[in-house]
Ligand binder design. Structure first.
Ligand code: FAD
Length: 416
């Protein structure tokens, strides 16, 4: 089978790209291993809601138009939002079609699936950035009496034993899971490394409203000092709840969660925590202050000071004077460990030499080092919001221009 472009993955990124290709009459197919919006259907815990507000759910030619623009979608609502989009744009999706290999072949690409092989001039990788939980190598040393789960395995507190829970990692995933488990009556200890603190609301508006308005979410990959580092920054400690609650560490300690430092290793059944908790919290407080400074400057410069509440700062993160540096995992105090230690993409099917030592695709703003290959949907691909639904919208719109130029250049060199 032959087509011009194969898009791999029918999440919102693949569909956004499909819409952009259709707008330019570029023949294409979207290959999806399971169903449209598979990640949202199968890889998220039960209570999860988007942490981006509904009004920010925008894809090319499509946006949220329900009655609760300031609310946060549940997972079934996200699945509906994305599958409705696939229908609306009449995306040429082939579901149940896992791609097992992509390789170069005489200047084209050969894409192998369980339904046969596709030959194409361009490939767009939209298989997601969060396919595989990243668990530290020392997880093997956890005593067998302790149950371990990653965020793809975790669904609800009811699946856990009644004992204590150690949640490792304090980014969006870790703080949300820690909060709901603590509310379920189980004692949670949260191991906190580098993190990004964020209030849900500031000066009467959602933090993402401010970050969008002040241009923070649109900061571009070629404008930041260190894009490699920027792409690794953990997600902000946020959650979308009907109460618009803040999920920072002070909120967690106020409900009884115990904070410890980053889990640095496990020796002889004993968890070893770094002594850097206070430093990490001070740094996060400092960075939050800088973000709020940026927002306040923008608000003043744009004449908002009279129409929103005045600037203020949040209390510093409260940390015990000497948090424990160790915990005996065999003592029975901890019954479950949840690894909220990040995710990695899965490119095991990609047989083109474009991965770096960390297994990430080498690209320049989504233009992959292999001619005619593009990627959409990874953190800070072209701008800070790239891994969000709204980021895929603009990134796909820009990358389709690059893809079209590539096809035009190819066509004109073939006709020379
Ligand atoms: C816990 C969590 C919470 C999040 N919350 C938000 C939020 O509030 N707001 C927001 O905007 N973003 C949020 N995101 C980020 C956003 O969902 C991700 O960036 C999203 O995964 C990227 O969308 P995507 O379309 O690129 O990838 P995905 O939605 O992961 O879609 C990739 C698709 O590719 C398919 N696929 C993978 N491999 C293959 C293969 N070999 N062959 C065929 N198909 C394949 C998968 O089945 C999947 O359907 C969240 C992410 C996580 C993990």
């Amino acid at each position: 089978m032959r087509t011009t472009t194969v898009v791999i993955g029918a999440g919102h990124s693949g569909l956004a790209m499909s819409r952009c290709l259709s707008d330019r009459s570029i023949e294409h197919v979207v290959l999806e291993r399971h169903e449209v919006a598979n990640s949202w259907r199968t890889e998220r815990w039960d209570s999860l809601r988007l942490l981006t507000p509904n009004w920010q759910c925008r894809l090319p030619g499509y946006s949220y138009d329900g009655s609760d623009p300031d609310g946060f979608m549940t997972m079934p609502e996200v699945v509906e939002f994305i599958t409705d989009y696939a229908t609306l744009i009449d995306a040429p999706v082939k579901t149940g079609t896992p791609v097992s290999s992509v390789r170069r072949s005489n200047g084209d690409y050969r894409v192998t699936t369980n339904q046969g092989e596709w030959q194409c001039e361009t490939v767009v990788v939209t298989t997601g950035a969060f396919n595989v939980p990243h668990v530290p190598p020392f997880s093997d040393a956890v005593p067998s009496s302790v149950t371990t789960l990653n965020p793809l395995e975790y669904r609800t507190p009811e699946q856990l034993g009644e004992g204590g829970v150690l949640v490792v990692g304090a980014s969006a995933t870790g703080v949300q899971i820690a909060c709901e488990i603590q509310h379920s009556g189980r004692q949670v200890t949260l191991a906190v490394g580098e993190h990004v603190r964020g209030p849900r609301m500031y000066r009467g508006r959602d933090i993402y409203w401010w970050m969008e308005a002040a241009g923070v979410l649109d900061e571009r990959y070629d404008e930041v000092d260190d894009i490699v580092r920027a792409r690794r920054v953990p997600s902000m400690q946020l959650a979308g709840s009907p109460e618009r609650a803040t999920f920072d560490l002070n909120a967690l300690t106020s409900i009884g969660v115990k904070l410890v430092g980053r889990l640095a290793g496990i020796r002889d059944g004993r968890a070893q925590f770094s002594g850097s908790l206070r430093n990490k919290c001070e740094l996060a407080d400092l960075k939050l202050g800088r973000l709020l400074d940026t927002i306040d400057e923008w608000a003043s410069a744009n004449g908002l000071d009279d129409s929103v509440p005045p600037p203020h700062r949040f209390p510093p993160t409260e940390v015990d004077a000497s948090p424990p540096l160790g915990l005996d995992l065999a003592s029975g105090e901890i019954e479950t460990i949840i690894w909220a230690t990040g995710f990695r993409p899965d490119y095991s099917w990609l047989d083109v030499e474009v991965l770096d030592a960390k297994g990430m695709i080498r690209h320049d703003g989504g233009v992959v080092e292999s001619p005619g290959m593009f990627v959409v949907g990874t953190p800070f691909l072209r701008r800070r919001k790239s891994s969000f639904i709204d980021g895929a919208r603009v990134d796909a719109q820009e990358l389709v221009v690059e893809l079209t130029s590539y096809l035009d250049a190819r066509a004109s060199s073939a006709s020379d």
